[in-house]
Design a binder for this molecule. Sequence first.
Ligand code: HEM
Length: 446
Amino acid sequence: MRASDHWSNARAAMAVRRGLDPSIPRYGSPASNLRDFRTNAHALMARAAELGDLVRVDMLYKPTVLVCDPADISAVFSAPEVWQRGDGLVPLIGRNTLTTNGDEWLFNRQAIQPSFHPHMAARAVDSLSAEFAAAIDGWGRFARGGEPFDAAWHSVRLFARHATASFGFALTDEEADQFPEALLRLQRWAFRVVAGGSRRTRQADRDLAMLDGIVARALRTPPPSHGPPTYLERLRQDMEVDRDRLRDHMMLALIASADNPPNVVAFTLWLLARSPEHQEAARAEVLSVLGDGIVTAENIERMPMLLRIVNESMRLIPSVWFLARTATTDTTLAGRTISAGTLVFPAPYFAHRRASVWDEPNTFQPDRFLPEAIDRIPEFAFMPFGAGPRMCIGARLATLEIRAALALFLQRFRATPAEQTELELEGFFALRAPAGVPIRLEPVGH
Ligand code: HEM
């Protein structure tokens, strides 16, 4: 054992003496857990989750508890004054709605809330659909060439280039080309920083400079002379926010709108490539509503099968697979004592696959989300956008954009599997496929 391992084990033992319930099963050692967390947190947690609903996965001196059962997750979310969100993402995206607590959070949330009103989300989707359609047309070269198509890379590029416009960004083609890899590298880097393991690297500096450059240009750009105000303009006009705060809100908007939504698109295409009957049913629905026409926020709502497919995709592969909260006081969870300072990971990924809740939890069955079945899903057993007052503010916008991209895809192409059979997943703040999400495309004749 190295001296550092010995030291970390000793500090973890101290935390235990401070009052974590000994009946919670433990996984691994604090040193090995920290190492595995930095390398692939999802693989670590998947092994730990096999031990039960509540499992200790201590890391270094930090008592840490993985929470997999919907009822226990509910207990955490029902007491937001006890369980606070950490500020681990500050190095990447600054201080904004996602990274703050208390009054600062409330101010931030109220500042951006009007931009996420359902009317605004609908307007944003209507104004991006023609550009989405033209960009997705361009994917046709993969259908002709027959080579594998990385659904993740292309979806992230699509969203970075076009879905960010309603926030006030105008990415160049070159920036959009660099965006998918830069974002993946930055997330991996920031995750290791949060886990205490990594300093700034030259590559991280270059990637951050690219994102900062995009944000700085948006902040310098004069407001559009016509059309509805962008998110940036609303923040400038309606709120007394200083430039640093504006930058932090914009950084979150840039990353949030060009990361999770396109990854859900990619994972859904991967699942549909393996489930031809669902794919054909979804395509029939899309064509019956759209024909050759363009997708809108209004006609997306007439595609219930597509919505069930997206929900089932987010159940199986929730982009935000675990959340993090810290106990601000001594408390209890599932009848167990928890000391102040304990970190908990309520994990949608494992709640979404609990055998006590879901039949055949690992299979793709969109009909779980039929209207008559939805009412039977227990609270917190399906929470891809979090829950409670701090639920994702972009949920409505994201689900519209995701369905718009998928409808336009299904109108044009059929997804089939590439050779790879398993999807390799890497879990940091979000679930990502480090080797991409390869599928093949065939043109659809109609
Ligand atoms: C599929 C797409 C998305 C997923 C799966 C997702 C997921 C989540 C989750 C799980 C949370 C809660 C985090 C927690 O409780 O710790 C969250 C919060 C948040 N999301 Fe999203 N998100 C998505 C898209 C977006 C978009 C497009 C935006 C805006 C551009 C956005 C902005 C936010 C903000 C501001 C918060 C913090 C809310 C608060 O604390 O009040 N998200 N998101």
